[in-house]
Write a protein that binds this ligand. Structure first.
Ligand code: URA
Length: 209
């Protein structure tokens, strides 16, 4: 796998067949997003990972590559991880929603925030990854990830940013989404948001020990 990671083949739970259950992530029809996406993008990283990073959904480049966090958001993540001395190869990286949701703007495909029903539909796959990896710490990148990880559609970043909490027997650390940090105006605000991410990654590393 790329960067030493292993792609986990996520498969449906055979013990509990469901109506129209997809047998693999790539065949998922639990919501409509597959229709406009190139492919589903599952998580990547070692099954032994103690930390799982959860993003929102694949972006344009991830949709084409079939791998999470290979575009600009992934590069920002790499810088923050380097600063926090977190080794990307030891971490499991995934997204709350596995298909790219977008709308055309000229020649570009512009990201659209997933709807709650799409987060809910895709929680099946995130749940499967959490069961297989069983991380000590989950780092939620932004609001969509926070909602997906807690199962609370009303959860907001503000209350939990920089305040790790326990959920279902594991730590949840919440930081800004990397794409937010990339577009936040002003160097001071950008540096502040990046600092929250680096601090969060350091906390995650400590909590996973
Ligand atoms: N943003 C995300 O949330 N996830 C990706 O994989 C890429 C960009």
């Amino acid at each position: 796998g790329q960067r030493g990671g292993t792609v986990i083949p996520i498969s449906a739970d055979k013990a509990q067949p469901q109506r129209e259950a997809p047998s693999t992530l790539d065949q998922c029809r639990r919501c409509e997003l597959w229709q406009n996406a190139t492919q589903a993008v599952g998580g990547i990283g070692p099954l032994e990972a103690r930390i799982m990073l959860v993003g929102e959904q694949p972006g344009d480049q991830e949709d084409l590559a079939g791998l999470p966090f290979v575009g600009p958001a992934g590069q920002l993540l790499d810088r923050a991880m380097a600063k926090a001395e977190l080794d990307r190869r030891t971490i499991y990286l995934t997204n709350a929603v596995k298909h790219f949701k977008w709308e055309p703007r000229g020649k570009r495909r512009v990201h659209k925030t997933p709807a709650q029903r799409e987060i809910d539909a895709c929680s099946y796959w995130l749940g499967s990854e959490l069961e297989q990896v069983r991380p000590e710490v989950v780092v939620a990148l932004g609001s969509t990830a926070l909602k997906a990880v807690t199962g609370n559609p009303h959860a907001t970043l503000k209350e939990v940013l920089g305040k790790p909490f326990m959920h279902e027997g594991r730590w949840v650390v919440v930081v800004y989404h990397p794409s937010y940090i990339l577009r936040v105006p002003g160097e001071n605000m950008k540096a502040q948001a990046f600092g929250v991410m680096v601090d969060g990654f350091r906390r995650a590393r400590e909590l996973a020990l």
